[in-house]
Ligand binder design. Structure first.
Ligand SMILES: *Cc1c(COP(=O)(O)O)cnc(C)c1O
Length: 254
């Protein structure tokens, strides 16, 4: 795969294409699913601030980053602060304890999608009281390792309900917003619905039944450039799309 040089990328074209594909997928989504318009998170990892400015000017508001230092630097960038007052940052990478303060101190942090342990939830809950404005709770999702691959972060599907219950009871500064999965990268959709997405849907069902939560209040963050339409058809409420908007990344930095 060739890596396009950044200046050859037409971000507006990519953004418009993805948004129209989101609409198409919504139109064929089952009417039994919560009819939530999916949120597009534009994943800007390793891409320059200039590209984020361009996407923001084109109307994009939600952006995702995998590395704490990179999110913190971009969120604090003078141009971003001046021109992107309504930007919303999502953290979608593995979060180490020693980076929590740096992450929580980042301007316009909107959500942490990758909570996968009680310890991390406790730490975020404790630290957020230092950073939050007024009564605002920190939105979080729980990352589920639906594919069981050892290299992937995330809690196992059977432990999800317990972690949600723990957060609801013990983490008053956190707002449980949903479940997130990465899943297999190379799943062939011609074989049927992606089992990772089905697993996340099943986790939500269990969480809602066991804890008596309205399904409309539990988001599903699933789907990336290669499969976001498929994910939306199955009920994704947040999709995380990078290369289709900002161009390909060098393979090892995926
Ligand atoms: C990089 C990344 C994405 C976006 O991947 P693309 O294939 O470029 O759309 C989405 N989610 C996570 C967690 C990622 O790390």
């Amino acid at each position: 795969m060739s890596v396009d040089s950044d200046k050859d990328i037409d971000i507006m074209y990519g953004l418009r294409t993805v948004l129209s594909q989101v609409e198409k997928a919504v139109a064929v989504r089952s009417k039994d699913l919560p009819q939530i318009i999916p949120r597009l998170v534009a994943v800007s990892k390793i891409k320059p601030v200039s590209m984020i400015l361009e996407a923001y000017e084109g109307g994009q508001r939600h952006f995702g980053e995998n590395y704490v230092n990179e999110l913190a630097d971009k969120a604090s960038d003078a141009l971003i602060l001046a021109k992107c007052k309504d930007i919303k940052w999502h953290f979608i990478g593995h979060l180490q304890t020693n980076k929590i303060n740096k992450l929580l101190g980042s301007p316009q942090l909107f959500m942490v999608q990758t909570v996968d342990s009680q310890k991390l939830a406790d730490n975020l809950n404790k630290q957020w009281s230092k950073y939050r404005k007024q009564e605002e709770r920190l939105k979080i999702m729980i990352q589920v390792n639906t594919s069981g691959e050892l290299a992937k972060s995330g809690i196992s599907p059977k432990e999800v309900t317990q972690l949600v219950e723990y957060i609801l009871k013990n983490c008053p500064n956190l707002e449980f917003s949903g479940l997130m999965t990465i899943g297999q990268y190379d799943y062939d959709v011609s074989k049927g619905p992606n089992p990772d997405f089905l697993s996340l849907i099943q986790c939500r069902q269990e969480v809602c039944e066991n804890l008596n939560i309205d399904i409309k209040n539990v988001e599903l963050s699933m789907g990336m450039s290669s499969d976001f339409m498929h994910a939306i058809e199955l009920g994704a409420t947040t999709v995380r799309v990078g290369s289709n908007i900002f161009g390909a990344r060098p393979p090892k930095l995926n």
